[in-house]
Design a protein around this ligand. Structure first.
Ligand SMILES: [Zn+2]
Length: 189
């Protein structure tokens, strides 16, 4: 926790902001202190319910999925299958099929990645402070398999004010009314 609070004192740069008017440096460092969602689950755990070897993940995932889910890559904006996708249903983890987001919380942030203002179940998501690329961001992972999904920012719409910026390639989609056995991910496997 000590390390976390030290980090909070560092300048916070917004990456991949969708808003043209967003300033680069956010003065609201206290947003973390007031956000129970982030502070409660910054566990950085390494033992997941679904644990596979690197070789197994490579076999099961497409190269693009592996790069994002296991290597924390980012798909190019405006290229993902679910960026402009607004069908009714829910989104699952492409690696382990855990239900992650509902279409009811999806909104068009015009940033090139699927955006949600809340997860379907907060327990399905894990949050880790991410120091990569000289920034301090909040990484979003699947709590069941540890797969990298994207990041969450505090510039989302009501009612949460949060924007979960998620890679399409990390998701699968289940259309409303579909049977549970129709669960699929988008790697075709
Ligand atoms: Zn998963």
């Amino acid at each position: 926790m000590k390390l976390l609070w030290i980090t909070l004192a560092l300048p916070f740069f917004v990456f991949a902001s969708c808003k043209q008017t967003m300033v680069e440096t956010l003065p609201e460092i206290t947003v973390y202190k007031n956000n129970a969602t982030y502070t409660a689950v910054d566990s950085g755990k390494t033992n997941y319910e679904i644990t596979k070897t690197d070789e197994e993940w490579r076999k099961e995932l497409s190269p693009e999925q592996y790069q994002v889910l296991r290597n924390k890559g980012t798909e190019r904006p405006h290229t993902g299958e679910y960026d402009e996708h607004f069908e009714k249903g829910y989104y699952i983890c492409a690696a382990c099929s855990t239900k992650l987001f509902s279409s009811n919380t999806k909104f068009d942030a015009h940033c090139g990645w699927p955006s949600f203002f809340a997860p379907e179940d907060s327990a399905a998501i894990e949050y880790v402070i991410d120091y990569a690329h000289g920034m301090v961001r909040t990484e979003v992972l699947c709590a069941k398999c540890g797969g990298h999904l994207g990041h969450v920012f505090d510039d989302g719409p009501n009612p949460t004010g949060q924007r979960y910026c998620i890679n399409s390639v990390s998701l699968g989609f289940v259309k409303e009314g579909s049977a549970p056995d129709s669960l699929k991910n988008n790697n075709g496997k």
